[in-house]
Ligand binder design. Structure first.
Ligand SMILES: Cc1cc2nc3c(=O)[nH]c(=O)nc-3n(C[C@H](O)[C@H](O)[C@H](O)COP(=O)(O)OP(=O)(O)OC[C@H]3O[C@@H](n4cnc5c(N)ncnc54)[C@H](O)[C@@H]3O)c2cc1C
Length: 349
């Protein structure tokens, strides 16, 4: 429904010439304030400006930027077709480099031929199954009930602050952030093993009732929220892929590395993947071997996204165990710097 664009995601969008456009659509966040469920302030911290934004606004902007007739909707990708000589025989490095797909096959019987394929098909990626067979995601213990609503007064009250409340004794928290144009996204993070409900109206209301007597503005949010359009997100965890390219096929975003929400890196890393992959493809235009260029890109990205994965896992552990509270791991700054370095316009590297 909405997310925080961090420095790496914003830099990737700037590389696409979209810095002003995203700032016009989102809203700056530069401070986090955390209270306990009784309204006692636990933490106040300023940070480098991020941007809260609605998912629909970003998708719409990207779609308009790409232009008409590039995106086809309504077709489901099923599998890749491989050249006769390069059927997937094993995971041996040689075969990985050699295996060349020549077409993508869709559920309506259509075929799309190309020299290169990029799997950007999210957490339950089918392209991943072609690149790294058998490597799939598992459900993580943390879930979030997420809602988005028009709340201009609350958005104005929040200003540039991300507001959080947490129960000191169990794995339950409420967070909210403005996402631009008077809208606010808010979510109740909880331990799915403690409160395992189905994602329907009754399940969503049950989770919301857990925080009904928490401080302002939570009761107001509960009153204004349409739970029919809310959503319980069961987060996913997946060990890093041994490789995210195979021959002329590459994976980006959640297809390559679903990240836990605690990392705040899902969208941001997907954007960095896209821009750095485009740079790697420029190398192909310079005549370099495609499988090698993709493989080098994948190794570099794996280093960064694996660090974000570990950071998210560590923060999830702290959230789940009240005894660990106050021991949040620091953001992996050196990896973040490397991410930004990789995004520098090529002439400046
Ligand atoms: C509720 C929620 C809140 C989140 N909050 C944040 C946040 O605050 N910050 C953050 O950084 N990340 C957040 N994330 C994670 C973030 O949304 C993902 O990491 C990000 O969207 C990944 O982008 P992607 O393009 O790789 O995949 P997706 O956004 O999942 O896009 C994949 C696309 O592929 C399509 N697709 C899938 N399978 C097929 C197929 N077989 N054929 C054709 N098309 C297919 C899907 O319909 C979809 O359009 C959140 C996720 C959720 C669910």
């Amino acid at each position: 429904m909405g997310f925080l664009l961090m420095e790496n995601g914003l830099t990737a969008l700037a590389r696409l010439g979209l810095a002003d456009a995203v700032h016009a659509l989102g809203t700056v966040a530069d401070e986090a304030v955390v209270f306990d469920r009784f309204g006692r302030e636990l933490l106040r911290r300023s940070f480098q400006p991020h941007l809260g934004m609605e998912r629909a606004a970003l998708v719409d902007l990207l779609e308009r930027t790409v232009g008409p007739r590039i995106i086809n909707y309504g077709q489901t990708f099923e599998r890749l077709r491989y050249e006769e000589s390069a059927q997937l025989r094993s995971d041996r490095e040689d075969d990985r480099g050699q295996a060349r797909a020549d077409a993508a096959l869709f559920d309506d019987g259509s075929t799309f031929e190309a020299d290169l394929f990029i799997g950007a098909d999210g957490r339950r990626s089918r392209v991943r199954e072609c690149v790294c067979p058998g490597h799939s995601t598992g459900n993580a213990v943390v879930a979030e009930l997420i809602s988005s609503l028009d709340a201009p007064e609350l958005a104005a009250e929040l200003g540039t602050t991300l507001l959080r409340f947490r129960d000191p004794d169990c794995a339950l928290g409420v967070s909210m952030m403005p996402t631009g144009r008077g809208r606010v996204v808010w979510y109740i993070t909880h331990d799915r093993e403690a409160w395992d409900v189905t994602d329907d109206l009754a399940g969503r209301r049950y989770i919301a009732a857990l925080v009904a007597d928490w401080p302002h503005p939570i009761p107001t949010l509960l009153e204004s929220t349409d739970f029919a359009t809310s959503y319980i997100w069961r987060t996913a965890d997946m060990d890093p892929l041994p490789y995210s390219t195979r021959g002329n096929v590459a994976l980006v975003g959640d297809a390559a590395h679903p990240l836990l929400p605690f990392s705040t890196q899902g969208v941001n890393s997907a954007l960095v993947d896209a821009v750095t992959l485009a740079d790697a493809l420029d190398d192909l235009a310079d005549g370099r071997d495609s499988a090698r260029a993709l493989s080098a890109w994948s190794t570099r990205r794996r280093h960064v996204t694996s660090a974000y994965l570990e950071y998210g896992r560590e923060r999830a552990r702290v959230f789940l165990d009240p005894e660990l509270r106050g021991h949040d791991p620091p953001f992996p700054e050196s990896v973040g710097r490397r991410d930004l370095q990789d995004l520098a316009p090529r002439a400046c590297r």
